[in-house]
Design a protein around this ligand. Structure first.
Ligand code: ZN
Length: 151
């Protein structure tokens, strides 16, 4: 897949590094969820994986992107790679197919931890998953695992 001007690296490519992600987030004051969906940070990261990756990394979706610690950025990168890889293993053969699969209620839907699970217990701690709107996108998170830390 060719990189397009103004787009960030493909998340499963070697170009997607912790350092690169840290640098990209450092200049962003917006909510991390919204920043992740802005294609110039990571190419093609969809709404579902953004929620899943933030849950993986225990980061609140409204956290300001530029306040993430290095450890959190590393966990977030790991989360993004992990949720994408999981999706590919469960049906998608490429990143773009994976994106399509997650857009539909396919097999991969069974592997989500927070997406569309509002009101259901968190698989990690049992707290009901909450749904909020961030940048007009439906956003799901565990208020206990993903506490909002104010700087
Ligand atoms: Zn939880």
């Amino acid at each position: 897949m060719e990189a397009l001007d103004g787009l960030g690296p493909e998340p499963l490519s070697d170009e997607f590094t912790v350092e690169g992600l840290a640098q990209a987030l450092a200049g962003r004051k917006g909510a991390i969820k919204q920043v992740l969906l802005a294609q110039e940070i990571i190419a093609g990261l969809g709404n579902i994986y953004a929620d899943e990756a933030l849950f993986y990394a225990s980061i609140h979706p409204l956290r300001r992107a530029n306040t993430l610690t290095h450890v959190e950025v590393a966990r977030l990168r790991e989360g993004i790679v992990s949720v994408l890889t999981l999706g590919i293993e469960h049906g998608g053969t490429s990143f773009s197919e994976y994106r399509d699969l997650w857009g539909e209620a396919g097999d991969n839907y069974n592997h989500v931890r927070v997406y569309h699970r509002q009101g259901q217990p968190c698989l990690r701690c049992g707290t009901p998953i909450e749904r909020i709107t961030v940048g007009q996108r439906s956003t799901h998170f565990c208020p206990n695992c993903q506490k909002l830390i104010e700087e």
